[in-house]
Design a protein. Structure first.
Ligand code: PLP
Length: 373
């Protein structure tokens, strides 16, 4: 990355917060000005065809990066909202006695809240205890009682960086006729994902983190084999098979995932997200992954002895979640702050994320900060 034209606007200091917000690609503002603001400026309401083509482009980019069909994606407000929409779309099937949603207690809380918000519709949240490893297949098996309708699997956990064994857990789910939802918030853009390998029922994600697309561009992917059995509740004219029919007495669900769309769609976050995904695809997710792992290993090689957790780089995402005893944690946080490092803390660990715009020099600097503690 050195001596080259920078591809991203990286805040001054050392930016290690890509698990929260990925950096802005250099071209985003000019591309968005052209694709979103100029048509608005020049054509007002006649900008819609161009604006809607942004959504088409967005779904196309998702299809390309995750090896899936663009028709199977639909924009969503957020990941939790997408999960809520999906659960509500199940209608009468599964039946009333099969409405439990299973996830590990270290899933992102917002997904658990989404299920709790549907308690009055008969859904119940069931958690695998946080002291059980998220990849403990026996635990998933034991927890998949007959009442479990849906299992939510976090591809990469935000507070540990741990990668889930999607294929193995999904296989258990399929054997028990439990639907699988995978949350790719912390893996999209950093871990190569091939949706054909997973054959999940649903995948939910957003573009704000490793895809460098900014907040607001959530999405859902629905397995085309089951989409016609889903009846979303939160619908609007863009969920209709023909949005421009304008007959209030006739509603027919759109074919495929777009039935999850709703009313007049939001465009601006997707205009920005398209640029992020294009930039990430151009660099290549496997190149980003390899670069991130190289930097992570520099840090880990010289810090592992200080840690109270064990990190296996091949079983984690782009974030090093370094657990330390409290005294060391405070000193490290202090030193990192003094050195202008962007990072955050969760429970007893410090989260440091390594993207393509981070450098070996930065990784060595973090390793040195440890040595000076
Ligand atoms: C694993 C994971 N899932 C989901 C989210 C966010 O979900 P939502 O888009 O509903 O805010 C995050 C945010 O940090 C996350 O780390």
């Amino acid at each position: 990355m050195h001596n080259e034209v920078p591809l991203f606007s990286v805040p001054k200091g050392m930016y290690l917060l890509s698990h929260s917000v990925g950096c802005l690609p250099m071209q985003t503002s000019s591309v968005v000005a052209k694709s979103y603001f100029t048509p608005w400026q020049q054509k007002g309401g006649d900008a819609w065809p161009e604006w809607l083509s942004i959504i088409e482009q967005f779904c196309h980019e998702l299809g390309m990066i995750f090896n899936a069909n663009e028709a199977d994606f639909c924009p969503q407000l957020s990941i939790s909202s997408a999960l809520s929409q999906y659960l509500q779309s199940l209608g009468q099937q599964p039946n009333k006695s099969k409405r439990t949603v299973l996830m590990h207690a270290t899933a992102f809380p917002s997904l658990g809240f989404a299920v709790q918000g549907l308690e009055k519709y008969g859904f119940t949240l069931k958690l695998i205890d946080k002291d059980i490893a998220p990849n403990d297949l026996d635990a998933w098996q034991v927890h998949m009682t007959d009442d479990v309708a849906v299992a939510v699997i976090t591809h990469v956990h935000s507070n540990s960086g741990e990668l889930s064994k999607i294929v193995e857990i999904s296989k258990l789910c399929r054997a028990k006729k439990v639907r699988v939802v995978v949350d790719i918030a912390q893996s999209a853009g950093i871990i190569p994902i091939d949706l054909q390998d997973w054959q999940a029922d649903v995948v939910v994600g957003s573009c704000v983190k490793w895809l460098c697309g900014g907040p607001g561009a959530g999405f859902i992917w629905i397995n085309p084999a089951h989409v016609d059995e889903l009846w979303p509740k939160n619908i609007g004219w863009f969920s209709h098979e023909n949005p421009f029919e304008f007959d209030i007495e006739h509603f027919a669900y759109a074919k495929g995932a777009k039935r999850f769309w709703g009313g007049t769609p939001s465009i601006l976050p997707y205009a920005s997200a398209v640029v992020g995904i294009q930039q990430i695809r151009k660099i290549g997710v496997s190149n980003i992954y390899a670069h991130s792992k190289k930097l992570q290993s520099i840090v880990l090689n010289s810090t592992a002895t200080y840690l109270t957790n064990t990190i296996k780089l091949e079983e984690s995402g782009g974030t090093l979640c370094l657990a330390l005893n409290n005294n060391l944690l405070d000193r490290l946080a202090n030193e990192l702050t003094q050195s202008n490092v962007y990072f955050d803390r969760r429970e007893n660990s410090i989260r440091l994320s390594w993207h393509i715009y981070n450098t070996e020099q930065e990784a060595r600097k973090v390793a040195n900060i440890f040595h000076c503690l």
